[in-house]
Write a protein that binds this ligand. Structure first.
Ligand SMILES: Nc1ncnc2c1ncn2[C@@H]1O[C@H](COP(=O)(O)OP(=O)(O)O)[C@@H](O)[C@H]1O
Ligand SMILES: [Mg+2]
Length: 353
């Protein structure tokens, strides 16, 4: 990195203030601290306990996710951003505050308050953006900047976003898939599909129920998806065999069944088809000059959903374009948000509201 007086001074003045970049995802929240990198990576889940009609936060993040599907009636595990919009702003704010406090430890009292950059879905409304900004201010930020999620994903994936070259990023998260065409620090086109990893989990739950009368929880479905999920039927038409435990819908007792990876591909075909459709619509709406660039640059996949086996090949087949998976798809947005905060070349992509 080039060492200039200006960069030295900006570093000097920021010393100790713990500036942070936050990827507030529907499934996972990651916090990047200036000059340190990603220091927190936990599920976007809050467990709320109600006692005598009064609600209080029982657990946040990893601890809260472990409670999902296993809570007694008095405790509810909530994902405040579940479908990509802020379903519950108060709980989202509690979650942001909890994570910031966890990263800060006791430091806030000793140093100046931090600047915070938070990424927001490109489809979020101005009301939602203001709510997120206020939540970060309430949590103690001196200044809050926002960055659009696909822009952060593209920066994190080392795409040429500052150049006059069109490129496409597809970020497949838990609640949504964001498809965007970027050029010259801006989003030339963006669309958000309300389909992501959650819909894939639900598709597995419903496949197993329909074909085997077996009821399984979403956590079990997610595990199966991560271990065996695939976008195409395996070459031998079967793939691996999978044992699944759950509750029999007919007689109510626990039982175990066996299905194949090909069955999982069949179950996932609908949500994956919806993601491919989103990409197709984005391509149809891209200006010709930028579309020509995408033929060369190809499509880059980010987000946890990019890890589904064979999704890149499937998208390549469906679009005829080069498709690659970012190096660390689950961290891309946090890394990109962090870089946008640290590197002046990206200053133009930060927004104040
Ligand atoms: N290896 C994997 N294969 C398939 N899906 C995965 C894998 N790892 C994580 N996921 C899924 O990715 C989603 C979370 O991705 P993430 O990018 O963190 O979402 P968000 O940004 O919405 O929080 C979850 O639905 C999770 O089940
Ligand atoms: Mg994300």
């Amino acid at each position: 990195m080039e060492f200039t007086m200006a960069s030295f001074l900006s570093r000097f003045f920021k010393f100790g203030s713990q500036n942070m970049a936050i990827d507030l995802g529907t499934a996972n929240t990651l916090v990047y601290v200036q000059d340190r990198g990603i220091v927190l990576n936990e599920p976007s889940v809050v467990a709320i306990e109600t006692i005598n009609g009064i609600k209080r936060v029982k657990a946040v993040g990893d601890d809260a996710k472990m409670m999902m599907g296993k809570t007694p009636d008095s405790i509810e595990a909530i994902r405040p951003l579940r479908d990509g919009v802020i379903a519950d702003i108060e709980i989202a704010e509690e979650m942001i505050k909890h994570f910031i406090r966890k990263v800060n430890g006791k430091r806030t009292s000793m140093f100046s308050p931090p600047e915070i950059v938070i990424c927001v879905p490109s489809g979020s409304t101005s009301v939602e953006r203001r709510a997120i900004r206020d939540a970060a201010s309430n949590a103690g930020a001196s200044q809050v900047y926002l960055i659009l999620e696909p822009m952060a994903a593209a920066i994190g994936a080392d795409m040429p976003v500052t150049e006059p070259v069109g490129s496409m990023v597809v970020d497949i998260g838990g609640g949504t898939t964001e498809v965007a065409v970027l050029s010259l620090r801006g989003l030339a086109y963006t669309t958000s599909v309300r389909v992501g990893g959650d819909k894939m989990d639900e598709a597995i739950v419903s496949y197993v129920r329909r074909h085997h009368n077996l009821l399984i929880g979403e956590a079990t479905a997610e595990r199966i998806k991560k271990d065996y999920g695939c976008a195409m039927v395996p070459a031998d038409g079967i793939g691996e065999t999978i044992q699944i435990k759950g509750r029999d819908l007919v007689n109510g007792v626990p039982k175990e069944i066996t299905i194949t990876q090909a069955n999982i591909a069949e179950a996932l075909s609908e949500p994956i088809g919806a993601i491919v459709e989103g990409v197709r619509i984005a391509l149809e709406n891209t200006a010709p000059e930028l579309a020509a660039d995408i033929v060369d640059q190809g499509i880059v996949l980010t987000g946890g959903g990019a890890l589904i086996q064979g999704l890149d090949d499937y998208l390549r087949e469906e679009t005829g374009l080069p498709v690659s998976i970012a190096e660390d798809p689950l961290s891309c947005v946090a890394l990109g948000t962090g870089r946008a905060m640290e590197d002046p070349i990206y200053r133009g992509v930060l927004m104040t509201a």
